[in-house]
Structure formats: C-alpha cells, structure tokens
Design a protein around this ligand. Structure first.
Ligand code: X2X
Length: 327
C-alpha cells in the first residue's frame, strides 16, 4: 500500500509543477481588444511550452500603473511589472527614439511596416529599449491610426481646424497642431466618456485593434482612413526577469512570444480589412481620401516630421526611411 501511495505521489509530482511562477502582464486597452487576445495567447502558449511552470496574469486598462498608460514601460524597466504589451507612442516619454515608427506618413503599406520591425530599425529599437531595462520579445500591431470625430467629415487639413482632438502621446500633439486642431493628451481609458460627453470632438486609433472592439463608433460619427501614422505594439519583459532565466526557458518565452504576436498581427489586420464595412453598418460615415487628399495631409504634417526627426536623430530616422522605401 505504501508503495502504491508513493507511486501516486510521484505521478502527481510529474504532471504538476511544484509551484507555478506567476507573472503579471500589463497592457493599455480594454479586455475586448486584439491587444488582450494577443496577451491571452501568450499566456496560453507559455503555459503549454513550460508545462505550466509559468502562469501569466493579464491586466488590461493599465491597471498596474494606476491607469497611467505611459508609466507601464518605465515600471517594467525597473522590474515592478514583469511583462508589458504596449505601443511605440506610449514609450516616447522614456525613449523618444521610438517615435520614429510613427512619424507622419512614413509607411505606404504593411510590407513597409514589416520590413522595418524585422530589419535594422527594429534591432536598433530593441537595443535602445534594453538600455531602459526592457527586453523586447516580439513586435505586434496596434496599426495605422485613423481619425474619427463627431462634427463633420475630414477631407482636407482645413477640416481639422479647431477640432478638439484627444491624442495618446507628445508627437501627436505636434502633428495635430500642424493641422490646426486643438489637441490634448489624455489616457485611453478616459477617452470614451470624454467623447461621449463632448469634452473632445475626436480621436485617432487603429480600426481593428481598438476602434471596433472598444466601440468608438457609438460616440463618433465620421471616420477618415487617412493612414497618417503607424503604431507598433511590442511584448516586452523586464530585463531583470529575463536575465534570471536559463537558456531553455528563454527559448520557451521567445517561442510563445513570437507565435502570440504573429497571431495578434493577423487578427488585427483581419479586423481592419473588414472594419470599414462594419463601421458603416453601425452608422458611421466613411470618407475615403484620394491620393491628392493624402498628399495634402502629408504636406501639412511635414513640420512635425522634421521636428521629431531632429529629436530622434538623423541616423536612426534613416534606418526607418531606408526600410520603409526599400522594395
Ligand atoms: O491610447 C491610445 O490611443 C492607444 C490605445 O492606441 C494606445 O495605447 C497607443
């Protein structure tokens, strides 16, 4: 009997790890977005890879940094948060170089985006973020940020004149000023009520990753897919945590991150591709800008492109413009 009990204990020990380590992952948006789906996928894959040795708990709405979306990265950098899924524009207070991804009208299409994250520009940003205590495991996608508002269709820079616009980060303040709008920085979690109550007239966000899953169409009437700025996500781990992992575990984290972010990009692009039709069904009015309209928006936002290029540094900007324009 003792032998049997012993056998049972051994069998249990084999299938259950002695103690799963719990890690906290913070992200900016609500729990209906493709951000959340990517984070959940990472948790699922990491548990599978490690035989349940690691449990990832996902916290939406920047809860772990008291609702301050710009603080998540800095907290991860000093080890107060284990993992972060956030976007480039959110870390620009910490690493202004990351604004390079989102310079106005840098990218013509997804191919240009993908060359950048996979190439030297992405490598350089990984090096810079490592200097802030964050190991970037993989790039994901927030997406091309499109403008919505409650007042009138946006067809030209003049239509932006005087609109009260909520923006996520400092570079977008400058871009909105170029367009004659009246921008203010605000937490994403406070944006829906601000739009609803008319505290602001408009906002800009990607269609598939944010606008649809966070039901922005309920409080906004007009959308113009003007593709003015691209915003990548990254899944990062505190360097302190990473440095404490052995090689085998690192490979498991890496694999789970690569697969989870590839999935997150795929579902964000799918949702975006079908998104305008859905938004029309919800009662939004879509204005599809012509090439001439886009040229006018690009010209109007050139001062911000130049100002931020100077701030980021010409050598880094060149890494991005080279990859963006390569064929
Ligand atoms: O705050 C935003 O606009 C959002 C959700 O896109 C980001 O976190 C960058």
């Amino acid at each position: 009997f003792t032998k049997m009990a012993l056998g049972l204990t051994t069998a249990l020990a084999l299938c259950l790890p002695a103690s799963a380590e719990s890690l906290r992952l913070s992200h900016n948006t609500g729990d209906t977005t493709t951000w959340q789906q990517g984070a959940d996928k990472f948790a699922e894959l990491l548990a599978a890879e490690t035989g349940d040795e690691y449990e990832v708990r996902v916290f939406p709405n920047a809860q772990l940094s008291g609702g301050d979306q710009m603080k998540q990265a800095e907290m991860t950098g000093r080890g107060a948060i284990d993992l972060v899924l956030t976007s480039a524009i959110n870390v620009t207070p910490l690493a202004p170089e990351m604004a390079a991804f989102s310079l106005p009208y840098l990218y013509a299409d997804y191919d240009a985006v993908d060359r950048t994250t996979a190439g030297k520009a992405g490598d350089k940003m990984e090096e810079i973020m490592a200097g802030h205590g964050i190991r970037i495991l993989a790039w994901g996608e927030n997406g091309f940020r499109e403008v919505t508002n409650s007042k009138h269709p946006i067809k030209s820079p003049e239509d932006m004149n005087g609109l009260k616009m909520r923006v996520a980060g400092p570079m977008y303040i400058d871009v909105m000023n170029d367009l004659g709008a009246n921008p203010q920085q605000m937490q994403w979690t406070e944006t829906f009520p601000a739009l609803q109550q008319g505290v602001v007239d408009g906002q800009e966000n990607p269609i598939g990753a944010v606008i649809i899953p966070q039901r922005v169409y309920e409080v906004q009437k007009y959308i113009t897919p003007w593709h003015y700025s691209y915003d990548p996500l990254f899944l990062g781990i505190s360097k302190e945590k990473w440095d404490g992992l052995d090689d085998e575990t690192r490979a498991q984290f890496q694999k789970a991150a690569d697969e989870a972010m590839a999935y997150q990009i795929e579902i964000s692009r799918e949702a975006t591709a079908e998104g305008l039709e859905f938004l029309k069904e919800q009662g939004m009015e879509v204005y599809e800008p012509t090439p001439e309209d886009l040229a006018a928006f690009k010209e109007a936002t050139q001062p911000s492109f130049d100002k931020w290029s100077e701030q980021i540094g010409a050598d880094i900007v060149k890494l991005f413009t080279d990859e963006a324009s390569a064929q």
